[in-house]
Design a protein around this ligand. Structure first.
Ligand code: CS2
Ligand code: MG
Length: 430
């Protein structure tokens, strides 16, 4: 009791024991695990409790700044977590988010996410249910996914598309090299040989050449693969906004399932203009980190698919609110799912995909054998769908001993992306 008359007692969220059914569960340790089984830098968190079999795992992967995320977790979140009741997910999220005063940003949000996902994993294990059950249960058998097709020329892309179609994929993202340009989406981003990687990324980026090639690619593909297959494309914020608007219009006859990231988050103000010009469906948002960036796009009905990188917005706690908010405005989900979202992050995407009525599509990544061994329970891709293994929690684990065998590759910039420049030397967005 406080001595001050009229002082308000601090609220302490009820521990599990006071709600009646289980001995006091407490967080006893938080581990930040850095690993790169497929050559891609991943950050993963494990939250342990005083009951050894009750622990959770979460994804905190920000592949360009992994060490920054690790420091945020170890130096700032961990000390504030030991001794807390892991049941109080929302309270822990709020406490961690507010304790920095300055909020948001990919480093801090990824750190929050690692903890948050692990707590949802724990809650699912305590309930004996997959997390999608805690979110309201399944509304579909599995999550339809899109896979990537890319190549040096149209024919190479077509071959990839047909190979994926053969495997049962009905949604394919298509990217083609713009000759002589450092093109996004067509080189191998997972190589750990930095000089090779740098060479592949170097070169000019000519906006007009790209804008000429892409409509021709989709014209070619539609004439070869027909109308039934759903085709997607990612501009990756690589154009001045007015050129992106022109491209979206030119692509309209080819009926894309969606056109992704036409603008950088900084250019959100162009969306109303884009909307007035074309009915090409728009997906946006893997770079968003702050609700002030995405809420106006949703309530003004300026995008069709929300594509946030769930760990970059803070984890399941904010993502489930965002998914529900989008539902009210007819915006569908298409959570970011490349190789720099860890298999744990993919398992999280799947929990929301299965339980959200306004699910649109899930991006998938074909993890290699090493990643699948480090992360037992990596969701299976089969017949063009991502399937749940129906295990309690997130249904995925980390083999810590094996993870240690795949340390982050040596890199002069610790994972930062190399520069892409225009012919005159001006550095541009990646
Ligand atoms: C891409 C990503 O999957 C996508 O849509 O935009 O591969 C993106 O380039 C990477 O996540 C960057 O690390
Ligand atoms: Mg993208």
């Amino acid at each position: 009791m406080s001595d001050r008359p009229g002082a308000i007692e601090p609220f302490v969220p009820p521990a599990w024991e006071s709600s009646g059914s289980r001995s006091a569960l407490r967080i006893t340790n938080v581990k930040t695990i850095l690993t790169a089984p497929d050559g891609i830098r991943l950050v993963v968190v494990k939250v342990e409790t005083n009951e050894p079999e009750i622990y959770g795992v979460g994804c905190a992967s920000f592949t360009q700044r992994p060490l920054g995320v690790a420091a945020a977790i170890e130096q700032y979140l961990k000390p504030n977590l030991i001794g807390r009741d892991p049941n109080n997910i929302e309270d822990i999220f709020q406490v961690n988010n507010l304790s920095g005063y300055w909020r948001s940003g990919p480093v801090l949000n990824n750190a929050l996410s690692g903890i948050d996902m692990a707590l949802w994993d724990i809650k699912g294990k305590l309930a004996g249910m997959p997390v999608y059950q805690l979110l309201g249960g399944k509304v579909r058998k599995a999550a339809p996914v899109y896979s990537h097709a890319s190549g040096r020329n149209f024919q190479a892309v077509e071959e990839e598309v047909l190979r994926l179609k053969e495997q049962g994929f009905r949604f394919v993202r298509c990217q083609v090299e713009v000759p002589g340009n450092a093109t996004y989406g067509v080189d191998d981003k997972s190589t750990d040989d930095y000089p090779t990687y740098l060479r592949a990324r170097q070169g000019i980026w000519n906006f007009s050449s790209y804008c000429r090639v892409v409509p021709r690619l989709f014209d070619y593909l539609r004439s070869r693969v027909g109308e039934e297959l759903e085709l997607l494309h990612d501009i990756h914020e690589r154009l001045p906004p007015i050129l992106a608007i022109g491209l979206a219009r030119e692509l309209e006859p080819f009926h894309l399932f969606f056109l992704e990231d036409p603008f950088a988050p900084e250019d959100n103000g162009y969306f109303p203009m884009l909307r007035q010009q074309t009915a090409t469906p728009i997906a946006m948002g893997e770079l968003f980190v702050n609700q002030a960036e995405y809420v106006p796009l949703i309530h003004n009905r300026l995008i069709d698919f929300i594509r946030c990188h769930i760990s970059a917005i803070g984890g399941i706690t904010p993502a489930r609110k965002l998914a529900s908010y989008c539902e009210f405005f007819g915006v569908r989900t298409a959570w970011h799912g490349p190789g720099d979202v860890s298999p744990i992050g993919h398992a999280v995407n799947l929990q929301l995909d299965l339980s959200s009525p306004n699910f649109g599509i899930q991006e998938c990544f074909h993890f290699g054998d090493a990643a699948k061994a480090v992360f037992p329970g990596t969701p299976e891709i089969r017949d063009g769908y991502l399937w749940s293994n129906e295990q309690p929690g997130l249904g995925i684990d980390i083999d810590e001993t094996l993870a240690e065998k795949f340390p982050l590759p040596e890199h002069p910039l610790n994972g930062a992306f190399p520069e892409v420049r225009q012919t005159d030397g001006t550095v541009i967005r990646w």
